[in-house]
Design a protein around this ligand. Structure first.
Ligand code: SAM
Length: 262
């Protein structure tokens, strides 16, 4: 039985069997894997995942859909349906006592892509890999390199904690109802230690956010309210950086050097 899709919950379902199989093959699942699926919908992916993994925790916010999901996954003893909001789901508490890290997967609702990634990264020490389908343009921003127009504070945030990679693109016509945008499967692998050494993470991200807030300006102008000019000049001189550099040309290492000087 199908329920009327709720646009407000990002309900664009993937019924294309080939893409479903391609996604699950890319998750590279092992028989011992415990998998958290975000936004299980009708359970099409859930069942394919359950065929390859030890256990699937299928999270779905919509209680109406959960009923259908339960019916559709009847007979699977390794699927647990959890009617909850991912943004309120405490992975640390739920998976306490688990020796191995979990995999997190899902065709996530796009309206909360950023909060979902931020939420998951709070629990990064519990997570082996994240495989999520996101809006194509968003995926490009996450993996973007310095110097590109897509590079911004969220690229820095994700790349500081993780190694992100675009695995493949998915046409919007694979989903129903058809969304406005194409998608990408994104792999996000949490690092053992962050990409660069910073003394004060909070300040590091404050500097990055402030830098990109006014990305058309030079770094000097973007940061004039939070970094004393003398410190900025010390940074330019010590690391041989052009005083007119723009924020999008700074690497994570440069931002770390700058923060550590302040
Ligand atoms: N996995 C299904 C598929 O591939 O067809 C559904 C994908 S659909 C893009 C996103 C799913 O996430 C919907 O079923 C929606 O109800 C659910 N969802 C939306 N917001 C959620 C939230 N905050 N927490 C958990 N699930 C959510």
């Amino acid at each position: 039985m199908h329920v009327k899709p709720k646009k407000g919950l990002g309900q664009n379902f993937l019924f294309d069997k080939n893409i479903q199989r391609k996604l699950v093959a890319s998750y590279n699942l092992k028989a011992c894997d415990h998998v958290l699926e975000i936004g299980a919908g009708y359970g099409e992916l859930t069942k394919l995942i359950a065929d390859c993994a030890a256990f699937v925790y299928a999270l779905e916010i919509d209680p109406e859909l959960c009923k259908t999901l339960r019916d559709n996954t009847k007979g699977y003893s390794n699927i647990e349906i959890i009617n909850q909001d991912i943004l309120r789901f405490n992975l640390k508490r739920y998976f306490r006592g688990f020796k191995n890290k979990i995999k997190v997967v899902g065709n996530i609702p796009y309206y909360i892509t950023t909060p979902i990634i931020e939420h998951l990264l709070k629990y990064r020490d519990k997570i082996e890999t994240i495989f999520i389908t996101v809006q194509k343009e968003f995926a490009k921003r996450i993996v973007a390199n310095p110097g590109s127009k897509e590079y911004g504070s969220f690229s820095c945030f994700v790349q500081y904690y993780c190694i992100p990679k675009i695995l493949f693109y998915i046409k919007k016509s694979s989903f129903s109802p058809i969304p406005k945008v194409d998608s990408s499967l994104l792999e996000i692998k949490p690092r053992q230690v962050p990409a660069v050494k910073v003394k004060d993470e909070k300040l590091f991200f404050k500097v990055i956010r402030a830098s990109f807030n006014k990305r058309r300006k030079t770094l000097r102008n973007s940061l004039d309210s939070i970094v004393p000019l003398q410190k900025l000049h010390e940074f330019f001189k010590k690391y041989d950086i052009d005083v007119n550099i723009r924020p999008e040309d700074l690497t994570l290492k440069d931002f770390a050097h700058l923060t550590n000087i302040i």
